[in-house]
Design a protein around this ligand. Structure first.
Ligand SMILES: [Zn+2]
Length: 72
């Protein structure tokens, strides 16, 4: 038996799903928005597998133009 919860993704803040398997005590958090994944043992809090992709939505894509040396 497993319980599914909707939580906020700790990585990107969007809605993510948390599956809690009550028999094996395996807790799995997965986010579709950013591919965040956390597989954890709910009993010991031991992290079995985790993946958090880097999000740089706050960083604007700035391409610095090459400074051309002007010939006078
Ligand atoms: Zn996410």
């Amino acid at each position: 038996m497993s319980v599914t919860q909707i939580i906020r993704c700790p990585n990107c803040g969007n809605f993510a799903e948390r599956y809690n398997n009550l028999e094996s005590h395996i807790m799995r958090t997965a986010c579709n928005s950013c591919d965040y994944l956390l597989v954890q043992c709910a009993k010991t809090c031991r992290v079995i597998e985790s993946y958090a992709p880097g999000i740089n939505y706050a960083v604007p894509q700035v391409t610095r133009p090459l400074v051309a040396h002007k010939q006078r």
